[in-house]
Design a protein around this ligand. Sequence first.
Ligand code: F6P
Length: 360
Amino acid sequence: MTKRIGILTGGGDAPGLNAVIRSVVLTAYNAFGWEVVGIRQGFDGLLAGTPVMTLSPHNAYDLLARGGTVLGAVNRGNPFMRPVVQPDGTQIMVDAAQDVITRMHELNLDAMIAAGGAGTMAAALRLVELGARIVGVPKTIDNDLSATDVTFGFDTAVVTATEALDKLQTTAESHHRVMVLEVMGRDAGWIALTTGVAGGADAILVPEIPFDINIVCDKILALQEAGRRYSLVVVAEGAHPIDGEQEYIFHGDPMSQARLGGIGYLVGNAIADCLEAEVRVTRLGHVQRGGQPTPRDRWLATRFGSAAVHFVAQERWGHMVALRGTKLIAAPMQDAAKINRVNPDGEMVRMARHLGIVFG
Ligand code: F6P
């Protein structure tokens, strides 16, 4: 009997999601003779009855190099805590988990592959506990999941951020300026650390090492005195001073997650206050999440997608694909909640310090 599996993408997008969709479709059709349908707008779309997208090797073939996700992604709210307005005008939260399962039956889905971050995996696991047949594919540009050594999207984000830092270097050198580059990563400093080392930063500020701005200023001053008249500072969006809090653009509400951002400007102003130097700040933002995935991310996403189909064949419900060393393994979905952060005493930070980079 031909199986029919669904695939959805949840949470924020990441370069490589379309390569996962393509790999799932090609593997399902070629290796197993299964049909694949795309669920638009994640679990929200499933609940809303949004028409599905029929996927075939023909229409999925050219997805490999395309950024974003053709299925759409939603990172607001929680499909199992949906606000419903009562006749008296009050709002209550309703658990719609059973509706998701009913909808999967209506679509004749034998199984589903959910690609997403910690929120999507938590939702998928809850459905598995209620009897749904779901396997997961983890994604985040932040590379902050303990369960897997690497996530696709991270390499693309680092390439984009490093290109930006390289470009800032040439203009910084011409104008004798201090350039501050703020990058994404939430509460983990992987994008900042990797970009900073790859792009020759003089200071890297990460959430895992609360910083003292005087140390950054002393470093820049020492460089100036030694004859180097420009400096590069990379700041993770989640970095914060020793005696201060993280900076938010939006503090969050029951429907939307809080959004970090703006620490780069505080760092830039503080440097301008303590040094005789012209400072400019660039907040890279979503540029790092968009665009074509790098070959490395296409490769990883393709491996993850193909492995997910094999996990469906093996009925590994409640598990997600993960990379350990060179091998793909099935990790329990609950492991998506375990965050991997930069080790302040680890080899990478130590090496960076030995290069002369300061962490504040
Ligand atoms: O988790 C990925 C990420 O890009 C973070 O690095 C960033 O803090 C967040 O998502 C931005 O979310 P949004 O797209 O909702 O602004």
